[in-house]
Design a protein around this ligand. Structure first.
Ligand SMILES: CC(C)(COP(=O)(O)OP(=O)(O)OC[C@H]1O[C@@H](n2cnc3c(N)ncnc32)[C@H](O)[C@@H]1OP(=O)(O)O)[C@@H](O)C(=O)NCCC(=O)NCCS
Length: 202
């Protein structure tokens, strides 16, 4: 896979992920705006990258409904047929002291739809953060997953954390491949067969 240079209209992401993967974002153009960043995809589509907020509950539930059972299992590490209201609320109303969550909002439809989410949850005692990420199927293979991961890593670095990590099912080749390219290392979990812990020292 080629890794051409990140294309930014403003100065962003000064500490690229190891390996120096600036190039992998060439398919996207990010324009900093008052409310988040406008993400231009090479095919002309646009999404807004912004922080999640309490008004996103309905959109996050609709996003969940569009996910395939496989994507749900890969994101939540178990099967779920619906996103319960309390969980949707919890996912949108975060504690900024220990959490950050970005959404990719499609503003070209009414109501606006969330096409991707990336979040971290900080473990202050361990000085690390657990991440999770999902991109809706029709929007995959465009560089959005890698871009969300870059933002999460930058956020962890800004908080001076020493590690970002996540659980990934071993059958989840797309995510393992993505993380491998971003320099994450993989550790098998003896107590959790079928799951790996992937991490990046910051
Ligand atoms: C994994 C996931 C986040 C990838 O998102 P994405 O937007 O497609 O990621 P990118 O477009 O940035 O792809 C980055 C690289 O990952 C790898 N990759 C992504 N999807 C892949 C696939 N279906 N098969 C093989 N490799 C894949 C590729 O190397 C890809 O680079 P390339 O497109 O230049 O070949 C997305 O498929 C997803 O949401 N899956 C369900 C939820 C999940 O698995 N979450 C992870 C656990 S928290």
């Amino acid at each position: 896979m080629s890794l051409p240079a990140i294309q930014l209209t403003d100065t962003l992401h000064q500490a690229p992920l190891p390996p120096r993967g600036r190039e992998r974002f060439a398919r996207l153009q990010l324009v900093r705006q008052a409310q988040g960043e406008l993400v231009r995809i090479h095919d002309g589509r646009e999404l807004r990258l912004r922080d999640i907020d309490g008004n996103d509950v309905a959109a996050i539930k609709r996003c969940f409904q569009r996910l395939s059972p496989e994507d749900i299992r890969r994101r939540f590490l178990h099967s779920m047929s619906e996103l319960p209201e309390p969980m949707a609320q919890r996912l949108c109303r975060i504690d900024p002291a220990i959490e950050r969550a970005y959404v990719l909002e499609d503003e070209n439809v009414v109501p606006g739809e969330i096409r991707g989410v990336g979040r971290i949850y900080v473990d202050e005692a361990a000085n690390s953060a657990e991440f999770s990420i999902v991109v809706e199927q029709d929007w995959t293979r465009l560089g959005l997953g890698a871009m969300l991961m870059q933002h999460l890593v930058d956020e962890c670095r800004g908080r001076e954390l020493s590690e970002i990590w996540g659980y990934v099912l071993l059958e989840n080749r797309p995510m393992l491949q993505l993380c491998r390219e971003l320099g994450f290392v993989q550790r098998l979990l003896p107590d959790e067969p079928g799951t790996a812990q992937i991490s990046l020292a910051l």
